[in-house]
Every structure is written in structure tokens, then in C-alpha cells.
Design a protein around this ligand. Sequence first.
Ligand code: ZN
Length: 417
Amino acid sequence: MRYLAVVLMLSVAACSQPPATRSGEVLLVGRAIIADAGEGLLRVGVTSARGARGAARALDPPATVDLRLSLFGRPPCLTRTDTASLLRQVTAGAGVTMVVAKADPAVPAMLAVLDLAIDGQPALGRPKPPWPNLRDSTAGDEPTVPILFPVLEDADWHDTWLKPLFGNLHTGQDLRGPRMTPLVACFGGVVWLEPKADPLAANSLVILGDAGWEALYAHLNNDTPGTTDNAASRDYAFAPGIENGARVVPGQVVGWMGDSGFATGPHLHFELRGPDKQVHTAAPSLRAARHLVEPARVAVWPALRPAPGQVRLDGIVKSVNVGARRLYLGVRYRNGVPLSGPLYVVIGLGDDAAIRIRGEGTMELSLAQLTPGSAVAVVADPGLVAPTAREIWLERQGLVVDETFRSTVDALARAGA
Ligand SMILES: [Zn+2]
């Protein structure tokens, strides 16, 4: 009995361990005030703050800060649950600890949240590194993993698990189709890219799935459309915003089929890796998988509707030309409809265009503050040559803080460096 009590105490202690803080980062401790799943908002009363090495500084009265959890923001990524289901579980008064750091000097009101724990349970985390090798040990059992078929609509395949292939055994399944066929996330998770890490697989990505399974997608496209030049930019391999640490939902377009690396024709080489760290045949899972005819549609901020004649484009900022007042956008949704192929659009800025952070009232940003990688919603006039933006709403994950609180965090981050 005493032994059991000790074990229980140990496990509680392990759960409530605060997240590790590194140089330049600050640990905040407080209590949840409001959690709004619809708005992706967690309001926290912060009662203490501490740098990587210093002692905790008590904040009295507590500082009220807003944590905005966007599905499409850059890291931190959600490793366990999606935003809405995470926030639905948070009750007022729950203990909140988070590790924060300066996100982007251009947007000082937003701090990056690197780790988040609620009542001692990890909720957000740094992405874990991918498996070191694409070729791993193999197992003979045949589990059926609940997945979506990773190729939009369908692909031509037959079971080639462990079939001899140029002196090796084939440790995946080859799903054949035309170049640039959209590939979709077979389950929700966090993406890790491995372009050229393995010359055999070339443009490849791993989805670190929420349920512990991982999926490898290899041979993504590297040809400029209409050619076989092996010279296309990564925009024709990976969908906008697909980068290390990006969160994907099941059915989201992650990239396009191709023949990069060691491939005799365009196909997706698909592998499933289990929580046991072994590669398993994907054949039973693929046979049981549901096929999508259009990519997943994620309702994001449905209240923002374009006026008649206008268009709403949701996507990821690729680059910004401040002098010419233009931005280059990798589009994911047009008027809320998911795109199944690559679309990159140059958008001009109207003279009276407003750039704001979603949910942060009237605080205006400058064009220079739209950094590449930012997720944005643009309401624009379609225009004959290029759309002209009227409103741009920045979708950022992070902690929204006022000037006073930011200087506290800055001081603690410096002291801990
Ligand atoms: Zn293969």
C-alpha cells in the first residue's frame, strides 16, 4: 500500500514538472480566466514569471494576457489535440504554465508560446524530431490504422510490401497517379519535412500523428508543371504553410505527387510507422481508408465575409514587397473553399487597406510587419491584373501582451541569457 502511494506521488510529480526553460525564454505561471473554443482564445491571469536561471518574480495584481491558438499559425504546434478540443477542456481557474519567447521583433505585441501545460498536462509542445532513418526495421503483423486515403480521390496501387526492389525490400506502398495529384494528410498531426535528407526519397515529409502513428510521404513533385525538369521550386512539392512544426488536420492538402528521388514514375511512396517505432505495411489501412473527393474544409472565422464582388483569400504569406506595396500569397482557401492545387497570387494593397491581427481590435500593422510564413485572410477586389487588398487579417499563434508586460518578459529573458 505504501509502495503504491509512493508510485502515485512520483507520477503526479512527473506530470506537474514545469516545462524546461532555455536561455532567452521565460516561464509564466497563472490561472485560466476564460477559454473560448470558437475564438481560439485562452485568457490567463499570470501570477509569476521567471527567466531561465533567475528566481520567480511575483506579479501582484496578476497580469491578464490572451493566448491565441490558431490552427494555421506557425509553431508552437499542437501536439495532442486540436485547438477547439483543447480549449473546451479548460475550466476557469485551471493552472496554466507556459514558456514564452520573443516571436518576431516586427510584431512586438505577440510572444511565441513554446510550451503550454494546463493543470500539469502538456497541451502544446515543441515538435519532436523525425525518425533518423527512412528505412527502419520491419514487422510482420498487419494492423489496420484509421486513416484517410493519402491521395485525393484515388490512386492505382497493389500490395508491394517487402517485395524485392533493386536489391532492397520495399518497405512501403506505391500509390500511382498523375503528377501534381493532391496529397492529403491521412490523419491529424504535426509535419516534419525531410527534403533531400534521403536521396532515394527526395522531397518527403513525415506526419507525426496525434495517436502515435507516423506517416511518411516520399517522392513529392520536383518538376515544373508541364515538364520533367527536376527543377521546380518547393512550392510545387509542398502546399503553402507546410513546414517543420506545422499543424495539419485530416484531409488537408500537404503537397503534390511526383517522381523526385529514386522513382521510375510519378507516385506516392507511403509508409506507416507505429508507436513501436517499426514500419508496418500500410496495405490493410489503405484498403479500409476513406477516400476524399475534395480536401478538408476547416471553418476559420466564418464571420469575415467578403462584400458582393469581393473575394476572400486565406493563405500563407510567401514574401512582401514593401516599396511596391505588394505581397505574394500561397492560397489555401478561396471564399472558404479549399484549393486542391497550388495557387500563388500577387496581391496589391489599396491605399486605404487595413492590416490587423485577428481579434485584436483596431491595432494596425504595417506591411513590413507581415512576415513570410504568417497566416492571413485577405479581403480583396478581384482586379483585372491582380487582386487589390482592402483588409488583411493576420492569424498568429501567440501570447498577446501589453507594453508593460512585454518589458517584464524582455528583462527576464535577458537576465536568463
Ligand atoms: Zn515505394
